[in-house]
Design a binder for this molecule. Structure first.
Ligand SMILES: Nc1ncnc2c1ncn2[C@@H]1O[C@H](COP(=O)(O)OP(=O)(O)OP(=O)(O)O)[C@@H](O)[C@H]1O
Ligand SMILES: [Mg+2]
Length: 342
Protein backbone atom coordinates (compact mmCIF):
# COMPACT_ATOMS: atom_id res chain seq x y z
CA UNK A 1 0.00 0.00 0.00
CA UNK A 2 1.22 3.49 -0.79
CA UNK A 3 1.83 5.96 2.03
CA UNK A 4 -1.51 6.97 3.51
CA UNK A 5 -2.94 10.39 2.65
CA UNK A 6 -4.63 10.57 6.01
CA UNK A 7 -3.88 8.69 9.17
CA UNK A 8 -6.11 8.86 12.24
CA UNK A 9 -4.44 7.49 15.35
CA UNK A 10 -6.27 6.84 18.63
CA UNK A 11 -8.69 9.73 18.12
CA UNK A 12 -10.98 10.41 21.08
CA UNK A 13 -13.44 13.11 22.07
CA UNK A 14 -15.17 13.48 25.40
CA UNK A 15 -17.53 16.44 25.74
CA UNK A 16 -17.77 17.69 29.32
CA UNK A 17 -21.30 17.57 30.58
CA UNK A 18 -22.27 20.62 32.60
CA UNK A 19 -25.23 20.78 34.85
CA UNK A 20 -26.42 21.02 38.38
CA UNK A 21 -26.98 24.12 40.42
CA UNK A 22 -23.55 25.68 39.94
CA UNK A 23 -22.94 24.59 36.35
CA UNK A 24 -20.10 22.32 37.33
CA UNK A 25 -18.94 19.40 35.23
CA UNK A 26 -20.97 16.34 36.12
CA UNK A 27 -19.51 13.78 33.76
CA UNK A 28 -18.74 13.52 30.10
CA UNK A 29 -20.13 12.30 26.81
CA UNK A 30 -17.67 9.87 25.29
CA UNK A 31 -18.56 10.70 21.70
CA UNK A 32 -15.47 9.11 20.10
CA UNK A 33 -13.10 6.60 21.74
CA UNK A 34 -9.73 5.50 20.40
CA UNK A 35 -10.57 5.50 16.70
CA UNK A 36 -7.77 4.69 14.25
CA UNK A 37 -7.83 4.24 10.50
CA UNK A 38 -5.87 5.37 7.51
CA UNK A 39 -6.58 5.79 3.86
CA UNK A 40 -4.56 6.08 0.72
CA UNK A 41 -5.07 8.70 -1.97
CA UNK A 42 -8.06 7.78 -4.12
CA UNK A 43 -9.69 5.67 -1.40
CA UNK A 44 -13.26 6.07 -0.21
CA UNK A 45 -13.59 5.29 3.48
CA UNK A 46 -17.18 4.56 4.46
CA UNK A 47 -17.93 5.46 8.07
CA UNK A 48 -21.16 3.79 9.17
CA UNK A 49 -23.07 3.88 12.43
CA UNK A 50 -26.39 4.69 14.04
CA UNK A 51 -27.38 8.20 15.06
CA UNK A 52 -25.17 9.45 17.88
CA UNK A 53 -22.36 6.96 17.21
CA UNK A 54 -19.83 9.76 16.71
CA UNK A 55 -19.60 10.02 12.91
CA UNK A 56 -19.92 13.81 12.67
CA UNK A 57 -17.65 14.34 15.67
CA UNK A 58 -14.89 12.45 13.85
CA UNK A 59 -15.55 14.59 10.75
CA UNK A 60 -15.42 17.81 12.78
CA UNK A 61 -12.12 16.81 14.38
CA UNK A 62 -10.57 16.10 10.98
CA UNK A 63 -11.89 19.45 9.69
CA UNK A 64 -10.41 21.19 12.70
CA UNK A 65 -13.79 22.37 13.99
CA UNK A 66 -13.54 20.36 17.22
CA UNK A 67 -10.40 19.77 19.28
CA UNK A 68 -9.70 16.08 19.94
CA UNK A 69 -9.37 15.02 23.59
CA UNK A 70 -6.64 12.61 22.53
CA UNK A 71 -5.06 11.17 19.43
CA UNK A 72 -3.48 12.46 16.26
CA UNK A 73 -4.55 13.28 12.70
CA UNK A 74 -1.80 13.09 10.09
CA UNK A 75 -2.36 14.49 6.62
CA UNK A 76 0.37 13.56 4.18
CA UNK A 77 2.51 12.78 7.21
CA UNK A 78 1.95 16.22 8.80
CA UNK A 79 0.39 16.16 12.27
CA UNK A 80 -2.59 18.52 12.16
CA UNK A 81 -3.50 18.24 15.81
CA UNK A 82 -1.00 20.85 16.98
CA UNK A 83 -1.90 23.36 14.28
CA UNK A 84 -4.39 26.20 14.68
CA UNK A 85 -7.88 24.95 14.02
CA UNK A 86 -9.77 25.04 10.73
CA UNK A 87 -7.67 27.60 8.84
CA UNK A 88 -4.63 25.38 8.70
CA UNK A 89 -6.41 22.65 6.87
CA UNK A 90 -9.37 24.27 5.12
CA UNK A 91 -7.60 24.09 1.79
CA UNK A 92 -6.62 20.46 2.04
CA UNK A 93 -9.82 19.15 3.63
CA UNK A 94 -13.34 20.17 2.67
CA UNK A 95 -16.69 19.00 3.94
CA UNK A 96 -20.09 18.51 2.33
CA UNK A 97 -23.02 18.37 4.74
CA UNK A 98 -26.35 16.63 4.83
CA UNK A 99 -28.52 19.68 4.34
CA UNK A 100 -27.41 21.25 1.06
CA UNK A 101 -29.46 24.39 1.59
CA UNK A 102 -27.89 25.38 4.89
CA UNK A 103 -24.51 26.26 3.43
CA UNK A 104 -25.92 28.56 0.76
CA UNK A 105 -26.71 32.21 1.43
CA UNK A 106 -30.29 32.72 0.12
CA UNK A 107 -29.50 36.30 -0.93
CA UNK A 108 -26.49 35.36 -3.04
CA UNK A 109 -26.71 34.04 -6.59
CA UNK A 110 -25.20 30.61 -7.18
CA UNK A 111 -22.36 32.26 -9.11
CA UNK A 112 -21.61 34.59 -6.19
CA UNK A 113 -21.66 31.66 -3.74
CA UNK A 114 -19.25 29.58 -5.77
CA UNK A 115 -17.04 32.63 -6.29
CA UNK A 116 -16.43 33.15 -2.54
CA UNK A 117 -13.74 30.46 -2.16
CA UNK A 118 -12.22 31.52 -5.50
CA UNK A 119 -12.07 35.19 -4.49
CA UNK A 120 -10.34 34.18 -1.28
CA UNK A 121 -7.52 33.01 -3.50
CA UNK A 122 -7.12 36.57 -4.81
CA UNK A 123 -7.34 35.72 -8.49
CA UNK A 124 -8.40 38.15 -11.26
CA UNK A 125 -12.14 38.83 -11.83
CA UNK A 126 -12.16 37.15 -15.27
CA UNK A 127 -10.49 34.10 -13.79
CA UNK A 128 -13.11 33.94 -11.04
CA UNK A 129 -15.84 33.93 -13.70
CA UNK A 130 -14.07 31.25 -15.67
CA UNK A 131 -13.58 29.28 -12.44
CA UNK A 132 -17.30 29.44 -11.61
CA UNK A 133 -18.22 28.20 -15.10
CA UNK A 134 -15.67 25.41 -14.89
CA UNK A 135 -16.92 24.29 -11.45
CA UNK A 136 -20.56 24.28 -12.63
CA UNK A 137 -19.47 22.14 -15.55
CA UNK A 138 -17.62 19.77 -13.22
CA UNK A 139 -20.80 19.14 -11.24
CA UNK A 140 -22.75 18.79 -14.49
CA UNK A 141 -24.91 21.89 -14.22
CA UNK A 142 -25.47 24.41 -17.08
CA UNK A 143 -23.44 27.64 -16.95
CA UNK A 144 -26.60 29.79 -16.61
CA UNK A 145 -27.12 28.38 -13.12
CA UNK A 146 -24.70 31.04 -11.92
CA UNK A 147 -27.46 33.69 -12.12
CA UNK A 148 -30.02 31.60 -10.22
CA UNK A 149 -30.78 31.76 -6.50
CA UNK A 150 -30.88 28.86 -4.00
CA UNK A 151 -34.70 28.83 -3.73
CA UNK A 152 -34.91 28.08 -7.46
CA UNK A 153 -32.88 24.86 -7.07
CA UNK A 154 -33.88 21.32 -6.16
CA UNK A 155 -32.18 19.48 -3.28
CA UNK A 156 -29.97 17.53 -5.65
CA UNK A 157 -28.93 20.69 -7.51
CA UNK A 158 -28.09 22.44 -4.23
CA UNK A 159 -25.95 19.48 -3.24
CA UNK A 160 -24.11 19.78 -6.58
CA UNK A 161 -23.43 23.44 -5.75
CA UNK A 162 -22.11 22.44 -2.31
CA UNK A 163 -19.79 19.97 -4.05
CA UNK A 164 -18.67 22.66 -6.51
CA UNK A 165 -17.82 25.00 -3.61
CA UNK A 166 -15.84 22.26 -1.91
CA UNK A 167 -13.91 21.62 -5.13
CA UNK A 168 -13.10 25.33 -5.58
CA UNK A 169 -10.11 25.19 -3.23
CA UNK A 170 -8.73 22.04 -4.86
CA UNK A 171 -8.81 19.93 -1.70
CA UNK A 172 -7.08 16.57 -1.29
CA UNK A 173 -9.72 15.09 0.98
CA UNK A 174 -13.48 15.67 1.04
CA UNK A 175 -15.55 14.56 4.00
CA UNK A 176 -19.09 13.76 2.89
CA UNK A 177 -21.33 13.80 5.97
CA UNK A 178 -24.59 12.08 4.94
CA UNK A 179 -24.49 14.02 1.64
CA UNK A 180 -27.49 12.23 0.17
CA UNK A 181 -29.71 11.36 3.11
CA UNK A 182 -31.99 14.37 2.56
CA UNK A 183 -32.49 13.42 -1.10
CA UNK A 184 -34.78 11.06 -3.01
CA UNK A 185 -33.33 7.64 -3.80
CA UNK A 186 -32.98 8.35 -7.55
CA UNK A 187 -31.24 11.67 -6.87
CA UNK A 188 -29.01 9.94 -4.27
CA UNK A 189 -27.71 7.55 -6.92
CA UNK A 190 -26.91 10.39 -9.32
CA UNK A 191 -24.95 12.30 -6.67
CA UNK A 192 -22.96 9.17 -5.77
CA UNK A 193 -22.25 8.67 -9.48
CA UNK A 194 -21.04 12.26 -9.79
CA UNK A 195 -18.83 11.91 -6.70
CA UNK A 196 -17.33 8.75 -8.16
CA UNK A 197 -16.56 10.44 -11.48
CA UNK A 198 -14.97 13.42 -9.71
CA UNK A 199 -12.89 11.12 -7.55
CA UNK A 200 -11.52 9.36 -10.59
CA UNK A 201 -10.88 12.45 -12.70
CA UNK A 202 -9.43 14.61 -9.91
CA UNK A 203 -7.72 11.93 -7.83
CA UNK A 204 -9.80 12.84 -4.77
CA UNK A 205 -10.03 10.93 -1.51
CA UNK A 206 -13.30 10.74 0.43
CA UNK A 207 -14.54 9.93 3.88
CA UNK A 208 -18.17 9.03 3.26
CA UNK A 209 -20.38 9.14 6.34
CA UNK A 210 -23.73 7.41 6.35
CA UNK A 211 -26.00 5.38 8.58
CA UNK A 212 -26.92 3.45 5.44
CA UNK A 213 -24.50 0.61 4.67
CA UNK A 214 -26.21 -0.20 1.38
CA UNK A 215 -24.86 3.05 -0.10
CA UNK A 216 -21.32 1.97 0.68
CA UNK A 217 -21.31 -1.31 -1.16
CA UNK A 218 -20.50 0.09 -4.59
CA UNK A 219 -18.87 3.31 -3.46
CA UNK A 220 -16.51 2.78 -0.53
CA UNK A 221 -13.24 0.90 -0.84
CA UNK A 222 -13.08 0.36 2.92
CA UNK A 223 -15.78 0.49 5.57
CA UNK A 224 -15.55 1.19 9.29
CA UNK A 225 -18.50 0.47 11.59
CA UNK A 226 -18.91 2.71 14.63
CA UNK A 227 -20.81 1.77 17.75
CA UNK A 228 -20.98 4.28 20.61
CA UNK A 229 -17.86 6.04 19.41
CA UNK A 230 -15.74 2.93 18.83
CA UNK A 231 -14.78 1.32 15.55
CA UNK A 232 -16.05 -2.22 16.10
CA UNK A 233 -15.10 -3.52 12.66
CA UNK A 234 -13.07 -2.19 9.78
CA UNK A 235 -11.92 -3.66 6.50
CA UNK A 236 -12.15 -3.71 2.72
CA UNK A 237 -15.79 -3.28 1.65
CA UNK A 238 -15.97 -6.68 -0.05
CA UNK A 239 -14.70 -8.55 3.01
CA UNK A 240 -16.98 -6.63 5.33
CA UNK A 241 -20.04 -7.39 3.22
CA UNK A 242 -19.17 -11.00 2.50
CA UNK A 243 -17.62 -12.03 5.78
CA UNK A 244 -18.74 -9.61 8.50
CA UNK A 245 -17.20 -10.66 11.80
CA UNK A 246 -18.87 -8.47 14.43
CA UNK A 247 -22.43 -9.34 15.50
CA UNK A 248 -23.32 -5.65 15.16
CA UNK A 249 -22.07 -5.48 11.54
CA UNK A 250 -23.90 -8.73 10.79
CA UNK A 251 -27.15 -7.33 12.09
CA UNK A 252 -26.73 -4.06 10.19
CA UNK A 253 -26.08 -6.02 7.00
CA UNK A 254 -29.03 -8.32 7.62
CA UNK A 255 -31.20 -5.20 7.47
CA UNK A 256 -29.72 -3.98 4.17
CA UNK A 257 -31.96 -4.56 1.15
CA UNK A 258 -30.26 -6.57 -1.61
CA UNK A 259 -30.83 -6.43 -5.35
CA UNK A 260 -29.46 -9.73 -6.64
CA UNK A 261 -29.71 -13.42 -5.80
CA UNK A 262 -25.93 -13.47 -5.44
CA UNK A 263 -26.09 -10.76 -2.79
CA UNK A 264 -28.98 -12.50 -1.06
CA UNK A 265 -26.92 -15.71 -0.84
CA UNK A 266 -24.07 -14.07 1.07
CA UNK A 267 -26.22 -11.78 3.18
CA UNK A 268 -25.98 -12.73 6.86
CA UNK A 269 -29.20 -14.00 8.36
CA UNK A 270 -28.27 -12.63 11.76
CA UNK A 271 -31.07 -11.42 13.97
CA UNK A 272 -31.84 -7.72 13.66
CA UNK A 273 -30.56 -5.97 16.75
CA UNK A 274 -33.40 -4.48 18.72
CA UNK A 275 -33.53 -2.00 21.51
CA UNK A 276 -32.18 1.48 21.93
CA UNK A 277 -28.55 2.39 21.54
CA UNK A 278 -27.29 3.15 25.10
CA UNK A 279 -26.47 6.74 26.01
CA UNK A 280 -22.85 7.76 25.36
CA UNK A 281 -23.04 9.47 28.77
CA UNK A 282 -23.57 6.18 30.47
CA UNK A 283 -21.81 3.53 28.44
CA UNK A 284 -22.22 -0.14 29.36
CA UNK A 285 -19.11 -1.71 30.89
CA UNK A 286 -17.06 -4.24 28.92
CA UNK A 287 -18.06 -4.39 25.28
CA UNK A 288 -20.50 -1.49 24.84
CA UNK A 289 -22.57 -3.63 22.46
CA UNK A 290 -23.19 -6.46 24.95
CA UNK A 291 -26.57 -5.07 26.08
CA UNK A 292 -27.96 -5.63 22.58
CA UNK A 293 -25.82 -8.53 21.41
CA UNK A 294 -27.63 -11.83 20.77
CA UNK A 295 -24.36 -13.72 21.32
CA UNK A 296 -23.05 -12.04 24.48
CA UNK A 297 -21.44 -14.34 27.05
CA UNK A 298 -19.70 -14.06 30.41
CA UNK A 299 -16.73 -11.98 29.36
CA UNK A 300 -18.67 -9.40 27.38
CA UNK A 301 -19.87 -7.22 30.25
CA UNK A 302 -16.47 -7.45 31.93
CA UNK A 303 -13.86 -6.53 29.41
CA UNK A 304 -13.63 -4.28 26.40
CA UNK A 305 -12.54 -6.53 23.52
CA UNK A 306 -9.30 -5.83 21.71
CA UNK A 307 -9.13 -5.71 17.92
CA UNK A 308 -8.77 -9.17 16.42
CA UNK A 309 -7.28 -9.23 12.95
CA UNK A 310 -9.00 -11.60 10.55
CA UNK A 311 -6.63 -10.68 7.76
CA UNK A 312 -3.89 -8.11 7.56
CA UNK A 313 -6.50 -5.51 6.58
CA UNK A 314 -9.71 -6.51 8.39
CA UNK A 315 -10.37 -6.41 12.13
CA UNK A 316 -13.27 -6.66 14.54
CA UNK A 317 -13.52 -6.01 18.27
CA UNK A 318 -15.47 -8.97 19.61
CA UNK A 319 -14.64 -11.55 22.28
CA UNK A 320 -16.08 -14.27 20.04
CA UNK A 321 -13.01 -13.88 17.88
CA UNK A 322 -10.57 -14.58 20.73
CA UNK A 323 -8.68 -17.83 20.09
CA UNK A 324 -9.80 -19.14 23.49
CA UNK A 325 -13.38 -17.81 23.29
CA UNK A 326 -14.97 -21.29 23.64
CA UNK A 327 -13.13 -22.04 26.87
CA UNK A 328 -14.37 -18.70 28.20
CA UNK A 329 -17.99 -19.69 27.66
CA UNK A 330 -18.73 -18.33 24.19
CA UNK A 331 -20.81 -20.21 21.68
CA UNK A 332 -18.33 -21.57 19.17
CA UNK A 333 -18.10 -19.40 16.10
CA UNK A 334 -19.13 -22.48 14.04
CA UNK A 335 -22.53 -22.45 15.75
CA UNK A 336 -22.84 -18.82 14.83
CA UNK A 337 -22.08 -19.65 11.19
CA UNK A 338 -24.67 -22.46 11.18
CA UNK A 339 -27.27 -20.21 12.74
CA UNK A 340 -26.54 -17.56 10.17
CA UNK A 341 -26.88 -20.05 7.36
CA UNK A 342 -30.12 -21.55 8.62
N1 LIG B 1 -20.83 19.87 21.17
C1 LIG B 1 -21.29 18.80 21.82
N2 LIG B 1 -21.49 18.82 23.16
C2 LIG B 1 -21.93 17.74 23.83
N3 LIG B 1 -22.21 16.56 23.25
C3 LIG B 1 -22.04 16.46 21.91
C4 LIG B 1 -21.58 17.59 21.12
N4 LIG B 1 -21.51 17.18 19.82
C5 LIG B 1 -21.90 15.90 19.79
N5 LIG B 1 -22.22 15.46 21.04
C6 LIG B 1 -22.68 14.11 21.41
O1 LIG B 1 -21.73 13.18 20.91
C7 LIG B 1 -22.37 12.00 20.43
C8 LIG B 1 -21.98 11.77 18.99
O2 LIG B 1 -22.57 12.77 18.19
P1 LIG B 1 -22.36 12.86 16.61
O3 LIG B 1 -23.06 14.08 16.13
O4 LIG B 1 -20.91 12.75 16.30
O5 LIG B 1 -23.12 11.54 16.10
P2 LIG B 1 -23.49 11.09 14.61
O6 LIG B 1 -23.02 9.69 14.47
O7 LIG B 1 -22.98 12.09 13.62
O8 LIG B 1 -25.08 11.09 14.65
P3 LIG B 1 -26.15 11.45 13.49
O9 LIG B 1 -26.25 10.20 12.63
O10 LIG B 1 -27.41 11.70 14.23
O11 LIG B 1 -25.66 12.63 12.72
C9 LIG B 1 -23.87 12.22 20.64
O12 LIG B 1 -24.24 11.62 21.85
C10 LIG B 1 -23.99 13.73 20.73
O13 LIG B 1 -25.10 14.08 21.54
MG1 LIG C 1 -23.91 13.31 12.20
Amino acid sequence: MSAPLIEIIGLSKAFPLRGGLFGGIRGDVKAVSDVSFSLAKGDVFGLAGESGSGKSTIARMIMGLTHPSAGAILLDGLDLTGLPLALARSKAVQMVFQNPGSSLNPRRSIGQSIAVPLEARKIARADVERGVARLLDMVQLPADFSTRYPHELSGGQKQRIAIARALAVEPQLIILDEPTSALDVSVQAKIIELLNELRRSLGLTYIFISHDLSLMRNFASRVGVLYLGRLVEEGPTRKLFEAPAHPYTRSLLAAVPVISAEEEAIKPKAPIVEGEIPSPMNQPPGCAFHTRCPLAFGLCDQQNPEAYWLDGDHFARCHLLAPDAASLGAKPIETLKRENAG
